[in-house]
Design a protein around this ligand. Sequence first.
Ligand code: GLN
Length: 485
Amino acid sequence: MTSDSTGYKNHIEKTAKLKSGEISLKENVRYFLERIKKHEHLNAFNFIFDEDALLQAEKIEEKIHSGTHGKLAGMVIAIKDVLALKGKPLTCSSGMLKDFTSLYTATAVRKLLEEDAIIIGKTNCDEFAMGSSNENSAFGPVLNPVDTSRVPGGSSGGAAVAMAAGLCDLSIGTDTGGSIRQPASFCGVLGLKPTYGRVSRSGLTAFASSFDSIGPFAKDISDIALVMEVISGRDSFDATSARNEVPEYSLNLDDITVSKGNYSGKPRIGIPKEYFSEGLNEEVRDVIKGTIEKIKSQGFEVRDISLPNTPYCIATYYILTTAEASSNLARYDGARYGFRGPKSQTLKDMYVDSRTSGFGKEVKRRIMLGTYVLSAGYYEAYYRKAQKVRRLLKNDFDRAFSEVDLILTPTAPTTAFKLGEKSSNPLEMYLNDIYTTSANLAGIPGISIPVGNDSKGLPVGMQLMADQFDELTIMKMCRYLDEKI
Ligand code: GLN
């Protein structure tokens, strides 16, 4: 990938230039702050921390010169406004939390700060991360920088746009059903959803706790590798965070060889036929097929595979995530924190009034759906059944990963659609997640890589999924594609 006007292409180059004095960190932060201002119309940021960022730049610059700096020294990062940063607003782009300030810092964000990253601001998103277009935000929609009449994707639309428009070095989003990968695809940047449990969720406002993952957007895979090394790992504040050792991703990107059981060689790639059926836009299909041909010509073993339970992904995802959301969002009742409806006379009125005017339409739709599937008469028919299907989907992937190392699919069935095009039809909106929810249901990692454009010049993203905790194979393949294809 080519260098942009910052004068460096990744953090390794930036660090060298900071050390040699070729660039000043304060100037660099000013450059981003000016760019953010110039791109205000995209509405990518809910909050900008200009003073803090400049102050940090000064301190970190000193550390760089005295050689006491951390791994991410001076990396300018934007975080999605569902992640806590002590003393700063945490709104989840919701009217419910519009005046809420974080009392502590999310583990992932704390780890970034400990390695001397600079947090430049908090990015816009769909309310409580529910959506595929970033149109469900109390701060208004985010625009796609490639074509401002189009959506950036969602729910981490602001984070994807901050990256695509060059407003920071890297951004952090969250992915419950595709919210990192789909906006990465629509905006033409890299976006990685790690294995469930790889990154602590402490300080991430819960949407669907058994699905939520925190991950980076970037332009260069080496930056993703570096940040994943920092934010991954066990955390006593999140009982579901994994104890698995965190590999040194950034030092292992260049060797494409993978070793698994008796196999050692280039990653074997599976193409699931269910992801290329009707509903996939012709131009997206052609770009992905073209990339598959190029991969084949480089001597990779590419084979057709089947993930037979794929047709049930969307239904299963929307039953389980709405159930979890209805339970997680029960805490916003106007009593303890967040918005309180002003005209309440009785306790019940207060609950009703606060929740009716505090939440937006999509969030209320999901709370109602979730309450319904968990209700006494329907629990067995919907929730329990969906849990079983989730297991079957995981089995599909286990079977596939006994033969292949990576699964390649389109990230989304279309390129970025027009603002307003799907907002009146929730089902059509949900279908945009058709290729991404499976990774969250199975808890496996997935990335979206920009691989071309359609005839309108809109970016097309290709998804690579790997087995649980095998982010490294995804990253290696991404490096290979960047350098050789
Ligand atoms: N678009 C999906 C949804 O609306 C995914 C959201 C997400 O990953 N946070 O639920």
